[in-house]
Design a protein. Structure first.
Length: 67
């Protein structure tokens, strides 16, 4: 994997860092790690990335809604 692919894989974790609570950080970190580890199998990596982005998006939406 090159640096761009790793940066895209880490996107759920980076979005979760912007959330108000830290509850979404650990699952998004795990999803990002699974995305990197499953990089050889693109279909599985996409599923892990989408789950991580879904968790991060909900956490960010809650921050914006409360703030």
């Amino acid at each position: 994997m090159n640096a761009l692919q790793i940066a895209i894989a880490a996107m759920p974790f980076l979005v979760a860092l912007m959330s108000r609570t830290g509850k979404a950080i650990a699952p998004c970190l795990l999803a990002s790690l699974f995305t990197v580890l499953l990089g050889g199998e693109p279909h599985r990596a996409v599923v892990a990335w989408c789950v991580g982005m879904l968790i991060a998006a909900v956490a960010l939406r809650e921050r914006l809604r409360a703030g």
